[in-house]
Every structure is written in C-alpha cells, then in structure tokens.
Design a protein around this ligand. Structure first.
Ligand SMILES: Cc1cc2nc3c(=O)[nH]c(=O)nc-3n(C[C@H](O)[C@H](O)[C@H](O)COP(=O)(O)OP(=O)(O)OC[C@H]3O[C@@H](n4cnc5c(N)ncnc54)[C@H](O)[C@@H]3O)c2cc1C
Length: 431
C-alpha cells in the first residue's frame, strides 16, 4: 500500500510540505476549513492602512496530487500497536516508517475520518483575545477576515483615524507604525516600560522606539489592565497580546496552557520534528523544537521557519537526504536550517537570524559609516573563543543576507575575529 499522508493545516508549513511532496509525485491530503484558499499572514499586519496587496493566497503550481478537505480536524486516534505491527518509533527516520502501516486516524468535525500512515500537524497558532471595556469592537489582526474588517473601517473613514493598539510585540508595532506612515495617529499601550522587550536586544529596541516616536507613534507604558485604556479617544482599536498554539487531542490527551504565555500546549518535537507519537510530526507555529541546534523554550513562530519545517518534513517523508545531511553524512536528519525572522515596522526593517536574546548584554555592535544601520552580534559565551550564534540587523538588508550566509556556513567566526580590525564580516560571508 502507498503512503497515506495527511497534513492538518494549510498555512505556510502545511502548504509548503504539500507542495514539496506533490511536486515529487507523492499524493497528499490537506485538511483545513479554508483548504485551497489559505493565504500569507505577514502582509495582514503591514497593509491595513495602505493600498499594497494584503491578500496573498499561497500559490501551488499543480494541485493534481493534493486532495483538499475543507473541514476541521477534531482529534487523532492512534492505531493499536498490535503484535507484529510494523510501526516504528519516529526518532528512527521517516523512511523507516513502513509505507503500509496505518498509524492513526484523524476525526473531522463533519464526522468523517481519514486514516494515515504519516501525519503532519501544521495547525499554527490562534491569537489571544483581550477585551477592552472602552472599545468592545477591538480585535486582533491575525486572520484575513479580521484584517478585512479593519480595512473596511479604514476605507470608510473620511478623516485621519486615531488608532489604539494594545501590545508592543512585532504585530502591535507593525500596526501602529503602518498607521502613522499612512498619515493616521497611533498610540501603543503596553504593560511594561519598553516596547519589543521580549523580542529584541536593548540597542535594537531602543533605536526602533526612537524612530517610531520621531515618526509620531505614542507609547503609554505601565498599563496593567485594559480597563485603564481611556474611552472616546480612538476610532479603531487593535489588540496584539500574543498567540498560542492550536492543538487537537491525540488519543484523548492534550495539555492545556495555564496562561497566555504558556507554550506547553505546543507539540513538542525532537530535532527531526517528530512528536512522541509514531508517524506524527509537527511543523511551523504549533511545533516546539526541544532538541537539536535550534531548540528553544517556545515555538519559533516565524514565517521562514514554518516554510523550512514544511520542506524538511517533505524531504524526510520522501526519504531524500537534505543538502545538509548529504554534505555532512549526518543520518539523524535533524532540522538544521538557520532560523530567521523579519519585521517591517513602517519604514524600519528589523531582522534576526540564529539564536539571539533580548537580555543579552555582552554583544558586539557594528555600525555602517552613516551610523544609521547596525548589527548586533550574539555569542555563545564571553571569552574570545566564543562562537557567533545569532545576529540582529536594523535597516541593513544586505548585511542580514551576509549574517544568514555566515551562520549557515561552516566557518563560524568567534569574538576574536571581531576584535581584529582587519575582520570584514561581509567578506567573511563570501568565503
Ligand atoms: C498578522 C501576522 C503577521 C506576521 N508577520 C510576520 C513577519 O513579518 N515575519 C515573520 O517571520 N513571521 C510573521 N508572522 C508569523 C508567520 O506568519 C507564521 O509563523 C506562519 O504563518 C506560521 O505558519 P503555520 O503554517 O505554522 O501556521 P498558520 O499559517 O497559522 O496556518 C495554520 C493553519 O492550520 C489551520 N488549522 C488550525 N487548526 C486546524 C484544525 N483543527 N483542523 C484543520 N486545520 C486547522 C488554520 O486554519 C490555518 O490555515 C506573522 C503572523 C501574523 C498572524
């Protein structure tokens, strides 16, 4: 019997896996209430106030080998490990998963059920909701429908809008800065004292906040409850207070998060992206990578990682060695693409690559000659032999590309390299 591959979720991770598998001749079934009509999320928070394209459906060259099931997966039941069963543990390799072993069944909201030999969980996250008593219409901007509701309000406005934003992570800052760039007013309310405190190191977040304030964004710090947000000030209110992974029970088990910042509800995966269940992998925002070179204490939750996870799992299931695995002879098939993130906040462009920490204070900073663009280099220790592990880049896209090349290469520089006045990071990236 052939592989029966079921992908739950047709966002970036699921669509990428489906594209790669089908382009290699492998049939797949993709389950999503919007299957066949899903679209990219990043433009939604950046183009609420301008005429740029915000609705970018995922493109598939051919859908001949893809069966779209417009439904919601509600649970997974694992097949019993009967005597003589051919099931294997996924920490072996995907190729060792026998093609003909049905390892489980996905139940759908419609009452239908789909058996699978291989299953990819790619259910993403859903936005946390925060009620604002003074603005009962306030909503997050996470889905196309939310973005369209906001865009309709913007289109109907006859004068400049006063926009309120709760939350100062990437999405909140993108909404506020794009509003100001389009000629509206924007105020960001935050619990703490510093915007982007959990995302970026002090030099980068401070430079960004200065630029945003200069552009006209107002910040109200120390807001301990949405009840404190004053009424009758804002024409439009957007909340951006995080998101949490979407999960469905497997054999009835599903931990529930204790609070909005608790990522225990993500599917924990090993370095190969395998869950603890045979034949089931997780990718993108719903996956928490707990092992391997890019293990974290929360999901990566960024666009390039979701795409990379989708590609990785397609290669794994097809049994084709990744470029990295072939060049190193590494048979563990770990996911090892260097993760990166981008955020465009009005005219400001900020990137991270590799492992960076908002709390790091022993970084090295390099500016361009104008002093307006810079990079912050993060190391795995304080001594001269400490290796570069991550880079933040502000408003300097070619140097972000250089950072990705360096961290994805074999010749990783140390602090000692940066101490050498002759060391040129861009030249090093071309070695
Ligand atoms: C507004 C916004 C802006 C962003 N901007 C950036 C950015 O600038 N840079 C960046 O790096 N990242 C950005 N991101 C993050 C990036 O978009 C995500 O990391 C990426 O979309 C994750 O892809 P995914 O496939 O894991 O999940 P998603 O794209 O969220 O897709 C998950 C899919 O699973 C489906 N699903 C959920 N539950 C079920 C179920 N039970 N049954 C069937 N289907 C189900 C959903 O309908 C959805 O289609 C942004 C995110 C948002 C929301």
């Amino acid at each position: 019997m052939a592989k029966q591959i079921v992908i739950i979720g047709a966002g970036l991770a699921g669509t990428t896996a489906a594209r790669e598998l089908s382009e290699h001749g492998q049939a797949v079934t993709v389950i999503d209430p919007e299957a066949g009509e899903t679209c990219e999320r990043p433009p939604l928070s950046k183009h609420l106030f301008d005429d740029s394209r915000y609705h970018l459906p995922y493109h598939l060259e051919s859908t001949e080998l893809i069966t779209f099931v417009r439904d919601r997966a509600t649970s997974i039941t694992l097949a019993e490990a009967a005597p003589g069963s051919q099931q294997t543990h996924p920490s072996a390799t995907a190729e060792e998963q026998p093609n003909d072993a049905i390892v489980g069944t996905v139940a759908l909201a419609s009452g239908e059920a789909l058996d699978f030999t291989h299953c990819i969980l790619a259910t993403g996250m859903r936005a946390n909701r925060s009620g604002i008593p003074a603005y009962p219409d306030a909503l997050p901007v996470y889905d196309l429908s939310e973005a369209e509701w906001i865009r309709d309000k913007v289109a109907a406005a006859t004068s400049q809008l006063n926009v309120g934003v709760l939350g100062s992570g990437y999405l909140g800052m993108e909404v506020a800065t794009s509003a100001v760039a389009a000629g509206h007013e924007a105020t960001v309310y935050l619990r703490g004292s510093e915007p982007l405190r959990k995302q970026l190191s002090a030099p980068v977040r401070q430079a960004l906040v200065e630029a945003h304030q200069a552009a006209g964004v107002n910040f109200v710090t120390g807001v301990s409850s949405p009840d404190e947000i004053p009424a009758a000030v804002h024409d439009l209110f957007v909340t951006s207070v995080g998101a949490r992974p979407v999960r469905i029970p497997i054999d009835g088990e599903m931990p529930s998060p204790s609070d909005d910042n608790d990522f225990s509800a993500a599917w924990e995966v090993d370095a190969t992206l395998a869950t603890a269940h045979p034949g089931i992998w997780a990718a993108g925002d719903c996956a928490h990578v707990t092992d391997g070179p890019f293990a974290l204490d929360h999901p990566w939750a960024c666009e390039p990682v979701a795409e990379s996870h989708g590609k990785h799992l397609a290669e794994l299931i097809l049994g084709e060695p990744s470029a990295e695995a072939s060049s190193t002879g590494n048979s563990t098939r770990s996911w090892s693409d260097v993760p990166w993130h981008w955020s465009f906040q009005g005219p400001e462009k900020v990137f991270t690559v590799g492992l960076t920490s908002p709390d790091a204070d022993d970084t090295i900073i390099q500016y361009d000659p104008s002093g307006k663009k810079f990079q912050v280099f993060h190391f795995d220790g304080g001594d001269l032999s400490a290796k570069l592990i991550g880079v933040e880049t502000l408003n300097w896209p070619p140097m972000q590309a250089a950072a990705r090349r360096v961290l994805g290469g074999k010749d990783i520089p140390t602090r000692a390299h940066f101490d050498d006045p002759e060391f040129d990071f861009k030249v090093h990236s071309r070695l």
